[in-house]
Write a protein that binds this ligand. Structure first.
Ligand code: FE2
Length: 275
């Protein structure tokens, strides 16, 4: 058993999340499969070799039920293929749709941030098949979160460009923004959709999305360390009031601070004007 597998089996102490056990993400894949087939690309089996789902089988509620309460040999995301994935061209088009439908983005694009700067950063998606999978599931199953994620990505890129950060840093923070909330896909939807006040346990569950995002992105070696760090810091605050580690400004990366500002701006906008 590899070191990664050992840590997966024991689970993560801070969030309790274990990528070898099924959670809401499996149900999202089963739902998606109705319109966009999701297929097992290899035999899906337990750690001790019990076959649960054969290669080429379709994911649906029945096949997912066979996997529940088992410890898988590999994370489900690594064993499946979605038939139609969001492409770099789709991502670019989704960003352009937001810019053209939003007055302030339109104005920024005309005055300072040419649309041509988006194409090269979106092109990287073709080298990130797991991220393609996560964004495809998010767009179909959590469309509000996907729209917010696109807005955070635009703001992160624009802030980095405004600060005249190197092109690589601007690309890194754009990608950090696109993947910063993938952990949300693994949270209990009943807690996420609660309309009354969250209990302390509920709130801890929601906060665990940062740790889950980080654990997931460790499986995407194409993402830079700066990108991963920014994701880990996206709910930290310079005055130490953030989470999960209550870091202060001197402990935070610049890209983490850029992403946190962009995420907070979009959160305020959506909560005030789109709720
Ligand atoms: Fe977040």
């Amino acid at each position: 058993m590899s070191r990664d597998q050992q840590s997966f089996v024991s689970g993560d102490k801070s969030s309790g999340w274990n990528p070898l056990q099924l959670d809401a993400y499996a149900d999202y894949l089963a739902n998606l499969s109705v319109t966009n087939p999701v297929v097992a690309m290899e035999n899906i089996q337990t750690l001790d070799g019990q076959l649960l789902l054969a290669q080429s089988e379709l994911l649906n509620p029945n096949s997912i039920a066979k996997l529940k309460n088992k410890i898988l040999a590999r994370p489900l995301a690594n064993s499946i293929q979605i038939t139609t994935l969001i492409s770099p061209e789709d991502l670019l088009q989704h960003l352009l749709d937001i810019i053209r439908s939003t007055e302030y983005f339109q104005s920024l694009a005309e005055r300072k941030h040419p649309l041509s700067s988006l194409e090269p950063v979106c092109a990287m998606l073709s080298r990130l098949p797991l991220v393609q999978q996560f964004l495809t599931v998010m767009a179909a199953q959590m469309p509000d979160l996907y729209q917010r994620t696109l807005c955070v990505s635009l703001w992160s890129l624009y802030i980095a460009q405004e600060m005249r950060l190197p092109v690589q840093d601007a690309s890194d923070v754009f990608w950090a923004a696109l993947v910063h909330d993938v952990g949300m896909l693994h949270l209990n939807p009943h807690i996420l959709n609660k309309t009354d006040d969250l209990s302390a346990d509920d709130w801890a569950h929601v906060q665990s999305h940062v740790d889950i995002s980080n654990k997931i992105l460790m499986m995407v070696p194409e993402l830079s360390p700066a990108t991963i760090t920014a994701v880990a810091e996206h709910h930290e605050r310079c005055d130490g009031t953030g989470y999960p580690f209550a870091k202060v400004e001197s402990e935070l990366s610049l890209l983490g601070q850029v992403l946190a500002v962009a995420d907070a701006m979009v959160g305020i906008y959506f909560n005030r004007f789109k709720a």
